[in-house]
Ligand binder design. Structure first.
Ligand SMILES: [Zn+2]
Length: 244
């Protein structure tokens, strides 16, 4: 057999090369250009055995083989995907929006599920957030409370109109304005209580008034401050007596 180096064999586009020197198992044979493997019987068997052993290391999963490095490959994939997403936030947003539009129910479901999972695993944090929100948005809490109460007492007429809800939202804003101006809390009151002993008021625009929260909580269902601005005449006396 003629000696031909690997380099020459590559140049001549041959499959094998031949050094004329014995392999580590003592045979003088040609070698494969691609991986320099010796093709003698002993080497072929040894190589076959090595491949079989590396196959055994793989663990079967759902009918296919997973290479031991599969996990790290997946991890690397995740990292590179995250990197791409961070660098292409606009595209990600477009894709997500497109998906959400195509699957509206799934989108809402998924958001609810994620919210629930988060609040389940961050219960303390969540209640802190809720508490802070209630403190920051006392105006809205107040609004929800009075709407809920009216609903429970069926004081909301079927003809509850745009005007009613407009006046109500103006009252909500007025609570905030007056609180900022005076430093104490204001709330929306029904001039004629929804659940008075003698009369029952309605949850409508001309029954709303904004009075100090203290006066409102002491008023409850008493038939006082029932005329527009009537509460103003008692406010001085009220605050003197309550502060004394
Ligand atoms: Zn060999």
């Amino acid at each position: 057999m003629k000696v031909i180096s690997r380099k020459e064999a590559i140049e001549k586009n041959l499959k094998y090369f031949f050094t004329g020197k014995p392999c580590k198992r003592g045979s003088i044979e040609k070698r494969v250009v691609r991986n320099s493997d010796c093709i003698c019987v002993a080497c072929s068997q040894a190589i076959k055995e090595m491949k079989r052993k590396s196959q055994l290391k793989c663990r079967p999963l759902k009918g296919r083989f997973i290479h031991p490095n599969e996990e790290s490959r997946k991890r690397a994939l995740k990292v590179s995907r995250k990197k791409w997403q961070d660098n292409n936030k606009d595209k990600v947003k477009v894709y997500k929006d497109r998906w959400a539009k195509a699957h509206p129910e799934k989108h809402v479901e998924g958001a609810a599920r994620r919210n629930k999972r988060w609040s389940d695993s961050n219960r303390a944090q969540n209640s802190l957030y809720a508490k802070k929100w209630r403190q920051d948005r006392k105006d809205l809490v107040n609004l929800y409370t009075i709407n809920r109460r009216a609903k429970r007492l069926s004081a909301t007429p079927s003809w509850f109109s745009e005007l009613d809800s407009f006046v109500l939202s103006q009252c909500t804003e007025l609570c905030v304005l007056r609180k900022n101006a005076t430093g104490f809390a204001w709330s929306i009151d029904h001039m004629i209580p929804l659940q008075g002993d003698a009369v029952c008021g309605l949850h409508v625009w001309n029954n709303f008034q904004v009075i100090p929260a203290k006066m409102n909580s002491s008023k409850r269902n008493k038939l006082i401050f029932m005329e527009p601005s009537e509460w103003i005449t008692s406010v001085e006396k009220y605050f003197q007596t309550t502060h004394a």
